[in-house]
Design a protein around this ligand. Structure first.
Ligand code: FRU
Length: 591
């Protein structure tokens, strides 16, 4: 059994801030402080260009912000002592490009043994509205839910607390005036804060009442309830992890910005239409206190099951786009997936996704999802083919990462000549084991795009349903006439990464995140096959290998230690401290 110790401060914290620790934290002796948790990223199921925790269990992304130097910070719900949910801390990682992540020491510890730190967000208090940062403009304030549990294990209250960081988000200390928003409810959580013109705004979920509360504050310490957004969209059985973000509206073809709107997202679970967890979004207007959706529709971010609780980065993002990362799993089976027993870790984040809104005739504003610039992990082009009917087979067993980027475009399809079996199949398989992940377009019906993970055999669970499809709207196609359209342009961009597939259909109008777990050898062959296409149809295929984003951080034993130089190079106020540390670290283990 682990021996448990309560200590007055997390190690490394006092040294970092030089301040007095005014609120105690509880540190389990098995949890490292001041150094990251070490991990091994070599397992057959370990994603190579996605973030996953060094070991054990993670869920929601938290506290995401990009600092003035362009360093991206992600915190996450982390159990540092086990491969199922519980004992929530805020794990932490940083990146310069959203693909290469440096594991950092755990950032937030529970204040007491029975008070896990639930989901929340972080902001940069540039103007020192909080008063925590008299001499700096890069102070970070995290706002989180402290989930109090009673000694008998029953749920106590969920209250909102803040913690501040003088060193750009690496070490935090709890504010001694917590909670900043008190409550008598055991279901009040997941604050997400933004800056609106001259004040802070928080959206917080009254989870089981299906209410998103809007709160305002001048200083992040005192909060006033301003409005409620309640019982919209799919309810499931709880509303969780709300986000509000300013988001550009772009012309779908030129990508030019034509307007700015607000987007409210709500993650609902359990009880999603496909089972378990789902995220819905509402485009709308926001006046600083009240959110008004543009219409009464419910729209979903993904058409499969494995993208939940996504959060938007706070800070100056490139081109003002809204950039998110989601938790790539589903509460129906997140704690059972085989990565836990086979490799000692569970769950990853999605790829970084760039979001904007666009007008779709007949439908209104919809969210477009594009994968963030992949160039830092792009490797060699393995195939580039233009064809009509025919097939392309790419053996990628030689790609060390096991990760691929695949792009397929279908143009000039004469829809009046479509036949019963006019299909474009994109299949990932292993010829030795027969395991296969099927995807493709079926042009014969209402043009669905489908995914079938049922022939990948490493995980059997009643809720791990295997088939997903979407019928892409062509209302954003070159001519906005109703379906079918002669000149319809069908595209798929996909990233497959050992045990996770993400697809972006028709320039990101639809997207999906799909976990799959090969029982045997990794999938190693990609086949793109166009069948019964009308004459004149052009199919172009490009397949690229991707470089592992983790391999460069491994030592000879295959262990990724993360940022172990932190205490040596820590600085109290320099915004570039994080970057310096990365360079020192990368120098150690570069290839
Ligand atoms: C969503 C969620 C949040 C909560 C956190 C606990 O996945 O249930 O509502 O804060 O996970 O880990």
């Amino acid at each position: 059994m682990l021996s448990l110790t309560t200590i007055a401060a997390a190690i490394g914290l006092l040294a970092a801030t030089g301040a007095t620790q005014d609120v105690s934290t509880y540190v389990n002796a098995a949890v490292p402080t001041g150094v990251p948790v070490a991990g091994n990223y070599t397992g057959d199921l370990r994603p190579q260009i996605h973030f996953s925790p060094p070991k054990f269990f993670m869920n929601d992304p938290n506290g995401m912000f990009v600092d003035a130097n362009g360093t991206w910070h992600v915190y996450y719900q982390y159990n540092p002592t086990g491969s199922t949910a519980g004992n929530q801390h805020w794990g932490h990682a940083t990146s310069q490009d959203l693909y290469h992540w440096i594991n950092q020491p755990i950032a937030l510890f529970p204040p007491t043994k029975n008070t896990p730190v639930f989901s929340g967000s972080a902001v940069i208090d540039v103007n020192n509205t909080s008063g925590f940062f008299p001499n700096q403009n890069n102070g970070v304030v995290a706002i989180t839910t402290l989930a109090h549990y009673n000694e008998d294990g029953t749920a106590g209250t969920q209250t909102q607390a803040i913690a501040y960081s003088h060193d750009g988000g690496f070490t935090f200390q709890y504010y001694n005036g917590n909670p900043v928003i008190n409550s008598a409810s055991s279901q009040f959580r997941d604050p997400k804060v933004i800056w609106y013109e001259d004040h802070w705004v928080a959206v917080i979920s009254y989870a089981q009442e299906f209410v998103i509360g809007f709160f305002t504050s001048p200083d992040l310490k005192s909060w006033t309830h301003a409005s409620n957004f309640s019982t919209y969209g799919l309810l499931g059985t709880q509303y969780e992890c709300p986000n509000i973000v300013q988001i550009p509206v772009r012309d779908f073809k030129t990508k030019e910005k034509t307007d700015t709107k607000f987007l409210l997202t709500i993650s609902a679970q359990p009880g999603a239409p496909l089972g378990g967890s789902i995220t819905e979004y509402f485009p709308g207007d926001f006046n600083g206190t009240h959110f008004t959706p543009l219409d009464g529709a419910t729209r979903l971010t993904d058409f499969a099951k494995d993208n939940y609780a996504a959060q938007y980065f706070y800070g100056n993002t490139p081109d003002g786009n809204a950039i998110n990362l989601g938790w790539a799993s589903n509460w129906q089976y997140a704690q059972q997936v085989p990565t836990g027993n086979r490799e000692g870790w569970r769950s990853s984040l999605t790829l970084p996704r760039v979001n904007y809104l666009t007008y779709a005739p007949r439908i209104g504003l919809i969210m477009v999802d594009e994968v963030y610039d992949l160039s830092p992990v792009m490797d060699q082009e393995l195939n580039s083919t233009k064809m009509g009917n025919g097939d392309v087979v790419v053996d990628y067993s030689g790609v060390d990462s096991g990760a691929l980027y695949v792009e397929v475009n279908v143009t000039n399809i004469n829809t009046r000549q479509i036949q019963q079996y006019t299909t474009l199949n994109i299949t990932f398989s292993n010829p030795n084991t027969g395991e296969a992940l099927y995807t493709g377009f079926y042009f014969g019906g209402d043009t669905p795009f489908f995914i079938n993970r049922g022939a990948v055999k490493g995980f059997d669970n009643i809720f791990f349903t295997d088939k997903f499809s979407v019928s892409p709207s062509t209302s954003t196609s070159p001519s906005s006439s109703p379906l079918p359209d002669r000149t319809a342009n069908w595209t798929m961009k996909a990233v497959i990464d050992r045990s996770i597939l993400e697809v972006f259909i028709n320039q990101g109008v639809h997207s999906a995140t799909v976990l799959f777990f090969p029982e045997g050898e990794p999938l190693s062959q990609c086949r793109v096959a166009a069948q019964d296409m009308p004459s004149g149809t052009e199919v172009s295929v490009a397949v690229w290998g991707l470089k592992s984003a983790w391999a460069k951080y491994q030592n000879e034993q295959g262990t990724v230690l993360g940022n172990v130089t932190m205490s040596a190079t820590n600085s109290t106020s320099s915004g570039s401290a994080g970057q310096k540390r990365h360079m020192v670290y990368e120098g150690k283990f570069s290839y």
